[in-house]
Design a protein around this ligand. Structure first.
Ligand code: ADP
Ligand code: MG
Length: 626
């Protein structure tokens, strides 16, 4: 026996126990993990107190891969087995990688799909696996610090990441044994970290200068949800380039040639980086480097000199800034907040140039290397269900409506598609027959009206309903979807309190493509329905036009029409009659227009005639004054 709907949906929310959640910034240069603890989102440090985990993985013939600082040094000594900047390869095909190839020292082999594999001493490894190795280290760090297994994480990705890159990131999370609650755009995470999602609606610019990439994004906060209006950037511009120009300056000053050897050049880059980072804090720093066959060179680098060296690089970030404003269709004055992200925005010159460009001081209170992870942690905490309702922003949504089968094989939607999760809704139903003691509940998913067009998610029965007159039992059915998209349906008879429930994973077995197909289907049918309505409307209009024309012709067609004109009108009317039987509303509309055009002189003449008749025996000024 199916359900009979008797009341409008009510709303209630399920309580959630506290769950361990973390936000992960899986960066090109550095990765971090953060979590909300005692209400504060903070990045988590490793045993040495380091928060930043260099995104470098070294594979050796034995033992687990070495990740982070301990792999960093091997970048030059063991380059083929030491993978850095793997983020650049995520979700990329063999073709993409070939075009990046010049900058990447690895040995690529084609995989089974289009995915390129990295050839190492541990075998051929996919970029997804390399990322998973980084994620595993962060996972362990978090679980040790938080004292329990992580229930879910939010991983950030650049706003411009396409589906393949996002999917690859998700897969890496899964491979690392993480429950990925959501992927979050890095700029959005930064905005969330600053609580901008709770502020007034408006436009925010996120300026992210990291180790090797520059990204500028314009976000608009609209009803609590950030929308990416535009992004731009430079995938080959970042802190590494700053290090390079400083290293070149040192080489020039110290008289070191390009032929100094790999080790020496590498050391130079390290010295340059140390000097750069020091100049963020102090106005001048001493640089010393060994010179082959001579005494060590030592010199002073002032911030002023440094600024002059790196100014062209910083300047280079401004043209994407201009472009992104243009793409978003806004002016610089429309930007209400500027957020700095990425370690390289620590450089004072970067801050002042950005402030100059946007005409306002950027937000810098949160450490720019950590701000993305912090925002992701806040989001993860919300998604895990650790926050009260009013704080739920930027949540995942239900891709397809969830509902129940009711009488007549109709699908009654209980939770409409695009509802943010977690959510809970309840609705009351009643019995259809006198003395009915059992009821079958069929849970369905989809946008179509008929159950046969929706997807069946599961079925269960509610028994032991006390026998009553049809329509007097009250059965409350509640749908609860938790942050993971897990659906729980409970039915409870309100008098005796008998209960029954079922748990279903709504998207289980449905991949994105299938969801898309289901949506397209419903949209395609919505289109059909609309076409159908337009057709009916035009048919009605055609009938009205033809009827009016016939009445007019009968009245004065013979007096007012020439034979030729009459033929044209009759022909147009015949064409309209024909078109009205056809399936295309556009054809009917055109035929109506043709009739109107063919008869427009006639209509004018009739109008004049009627006016003439009405005015007969009156003076014109009698009409003018009325
Ligand atoms: P990514 O997002 O690419 O993973 P990060 O945001 O971690 O990178 O930025 C790393 C870059 O930030 C490196 O080039 C590093 O030298 C630079 N950086 C870190 N601290 C400072 C500092 N104090 N001054 C200048 N640059 C810094
Ligand atoms: Mg970053």
């Amino acid at each position: 026996m199916a359900l009979l709907q008797i009341s409008e949906p009510g709303q209630s929310t399920a309580p959630h126990e506290r769950r361990l959640a973390a936000g992960i910034d899986l960066g090109t240069t550095n990765s971090l993990i953060a979590s909300v603890r005692s209400g504060v989102a903070e990045t988590l440090a490793d045993a040495d107190g380091d928060h930043l985990l260099p995104s470098v993985v070294r594979y050796t013939t034995e033992g687990p891969p070495l990740v982070g600082r301990i792999a960093l040094d091997a970048e030059t000594t063991d380059p083929l087995n030491t993978i850095a900047s793997v983020k650049r390869l995520m979700g990329r095909g063999v073709g993409d990688v070939k075009s990046l190839g010049a900058h990447l020292p690895y040995e690529f082999v084609p995989g089974t799909s289009d995915m390129p594999l990295l050839h190492t001493c541990r075998g051929d490894i996919s970029p997804v696996e390399v990322s998973a190795d980084i994620l595993r280290v962060l996972k362990t760090r978090a679980e040790q610090t938080l004292g329990g297994e992580l229930d879910g994480v939010v991983i950030t990705v650049p706003a411009y990441f396409d589906d393949a890159q996002r999917q690859a990131t998700r897969d890496a999370g899964k491979l690392a044994g993480l429950q990925v609650l959501r992927l979050l755009n890095e700029p959005t995470a930064a905005a969330v970290a600053y609580g901008l999602d709770r502020g007034s609606e408006g436009v925010t610019a996120i300026y992210d200068l990291g180790g090797g990439t520059f990204d500028i994004s314009i976000l608009r906060l609209n009803r609590g949800v950030f929308e990416v209006m535009a992004t731009a950037g430079d995938t080959a511009l970042g802190g590494d380039d700053i290090d390079r120009v400083v290293a070149q300056w040192i080489m020039q000053e110290a008289g070191i040639g390009e032929d100094a050897g790999h080790g020496a050049l590498r050391h130079l880059m390290q010295v340059a980086r140390t000097a750069k980072e020091a100049l963020t804090e102090v106005p001048a720093t001493t640089v010393s480097v060994p010179v082959a066959g001579a005494d060590d060179w030592s010199g002073s680098l002032t911030r002023e000199q440094f600024d002059e060296l790196v100014s062209p690089l910083v300047q280079k970030t401004l043209s994407p800034c201009r472009r992104v404003l243009r793409d978003a269709g806004i002016r610089v004055s429309d930007v209400q907040a500027v957020v700095l992200v990425g370690g390289s925005t620590r450089v004072p010159l970067v801050r002042s140039k950005v402030a100059g460009f946007f005409g306002r001081d950027p937000l810098v209170d949160i450490d720019p290397d950590r701000v993305v992870a912090v925002g992701a942690a806040i989001q993860a905490d919300i998604l895990a269900g650790n926050k009260p309702d009013d704080d739920m922003l930027l949540l995942d949504v239900i891709p397809l409506s969830l509902g129940l089968e009711t009488m007549g094989g109709l699908a009654e939607k209980i939770i409409p598609r695009n509802t943010t999760i977690p959510t809970a809704r309840a609705q009351e139903f009643t019995t259809f027959k006198d003395g009915q003691t059992a009821m079958s509940l069929h849970v369905v998913q989809g946008e179509r009206e008929l159950v046969s067009d929706c997807r069946s998610l599961g079925q269960f029965e509610l028994r032991d309903i006390p026998p009553m007159v049809a329509g007097s039992a009250r059965i409350r059915v509640s749908f609860q979807v938790d942050a993971d998209g897990l659906l729980n349906v409970t039915a409870e008879e309100q008098v005796k309190g008998v209960q029954s429930s079922i748990e279903v994973k709504p998207s289980y077995g449905l991949n994105d493509r299938e969801i898309e197909t289901m949506l397209k289907d419903s949209m395609a049918h919505a289109q059909d329905d609309m076409e159908q309505r337009r057709l009916r409307e035009q048919q009605v209009e055609a009938d009205r036009v033809l009827e009016a024309l016939e009445a007019a012709l009968a009245e004065d067609g013979d007096q007012l029409l020439e034979a030729g004109e009459r033929r044209r009108i009759d022909a147009a009317a015949a064409a309209l009659r024909q078109a009205g039987k056809g399936p295309d509303y556009r054809v009917i509309r055109r035929a109506i227009e043709d009739v109107e055009q063919a008869s427009s002189d006639y209509v004018d003449r009739r109008m004049n005639e009627n006016i003439r008749k009405a005015m007969a025996g009156h003076r014109v000024d009698e009409f003018e004054s009325s």
